[in-house]
Design a protein around this ligand. Structure first.
Ligand SMILES: Cc1cc2nc3c(=O)[nH]c(=O)nc-3n(C[C@H](O)[C@H](O)[C@H](O)COP(=O)(O)OP(=O)(O)OC[C@H]3O[C@@H](n4cnc5c(N)ncnc54)[C@H](O)[C@@H]3O)c2cc1C
Length: 288
């Protein structure tokens, strides 16, 4: 339970952080809140020789609205996501999902950037960001890249981040006023990762689903964007039969592991149950 020795670096600017990462290459890792990386280091599943701590990079903090987009700095903590008035008014699914992450101690330090960059399929924010159509801003020696959350996740702990990259911000298009939303998560106990979870954002018009987006957590090696399931709902009233079809389409793209949270078949079914609940709650919250 004690990490292997490492050198600790605390850069004062992004350029300095990028320089340190370039100098030390694969031997260096970025650390933000440390609540995923340090536990991995303690059990020696991660053994970086150099830790580059982002905590002094003030430009990675703050939550702003810029031209219909919410720009959230990578170092914004889960606790700040819950407390932020702008997010509560414009995009409340973020606080709803953040409240279901871990416990208050973890949320006080764990960051949005760390949660989405980590690549653990159990992290809750990636599916929410896929559901919202967010974009990740990433800088490295080659300059800045903008990567859609829906294109970012490639396998367990395998993302579009390259060695030497720092994720600086997450940009989220403001969902339409009056949208409905819900994040439903099944977990074994408070503070646990999801057995299965579903994020839904939708709009209604004249009783019909006008737009819909669905993300799923921890039911495959990556978070999932259930595009086909959402398409089944768009334009419908939606009645019980249509909801069932959409849930079945979402279940069909899952491929969970059998583990301590249950056998694969159970977790797939729980993804369906979470989605049905999230759709119902999102619909009840939507205007129109
Ligand atoms: C007891 C416990 C329970 C938890 N339960 C949950 C849960 O239910 N749901 C959930 O989603 N999470 C859970 N977590 C994880 C927690 O939310 C983490 O804080 C989060 O996943 C990572 O954020 P961090 O800032 O701590 O990142 P770190 O641990 O500092 O980093 C995580 C990874 O991301 C990389 N990284 C971090 N920031 C950046 C950046 N800006 N740019 C590039 N790479 C970066 C690091 O190099 C590392 O590989 C739990 C953690 C604990 C200890």
């Amino acid at each position: 339970m004690i990490p292997a020795p490492f050198d600790y670096h605390r850069p004062r600017s992004i350029d300095e952080a990028i320089g340190l990462l370039a100098t030390h290459g694969d031997a260096a890792r970025v650390v933000a809140g440390g609540h995923s990386l340090i536990p991995m280091m303690k059990v020696r599943l991660a053994r970086p020789d150099h830790l580059v701590d982002l905590q002094d990079l003030g430009e990675l903090r703050g939550i702003r609205e810029e031209g219909g987009v919410l720009a959230v700095g990578a170092l914004v903590t889960q606790r700040q996501l819950i407390a932020d008035a702008l997010l509560a008014a414009k995009c409340p699914i973020i606080a709803e999902a953040s409240r279901q992450i871990a416990d208050p101690q973890v949320r006080a330090l764990g960051t949005l950037g760390g949660n989405v960059a980590n690549g653990d399929p159990g992290n809750d924010m990636p599916a929410v960001m896929m559901c919202l159509g967010a974009t990740y801003h990433v800088v490295g020696q080659g300059g800045e890249r903008r990567i859609a959350a829906r294109d970012f996740y490639q396998g367990a702990y395998f993302t579009a981040l390259e060695a030497g990259n720092v994720l600086t911000a997450v940009r989220i298009p403001v969902p339409p006023a009056g949208h409905g939303y819900a994040y439903e998560k099944l977990k074994r106990k408070i503070g646990d990762y999801a057995t299965a979870a579903a994020a839904v954002v939708l709009t209604m018009s004249g009783g019909r689903v006008a737009t819909c987006s669905i993300g799923l957590t921890n039911v495959a090696e990556t978070p999932l964007w259930a595009e086909q399931a959402a398409k089944i709902l768009i334009g419908t009233l939606p009645d019980t039969a249509t909801l069932k079809k959409a849930v079945a389409a979402a279940e069909a793209i899952t491929a969970p592991a059998s583990d301590a949270r249950g056998p694969a078949h159970y977790r797939t079914k729980m993804a369906g149950v979470m989605l049905a609940r999230a759709l119902e709650r999102a619909r009840s919250r939507a205007r129109g």
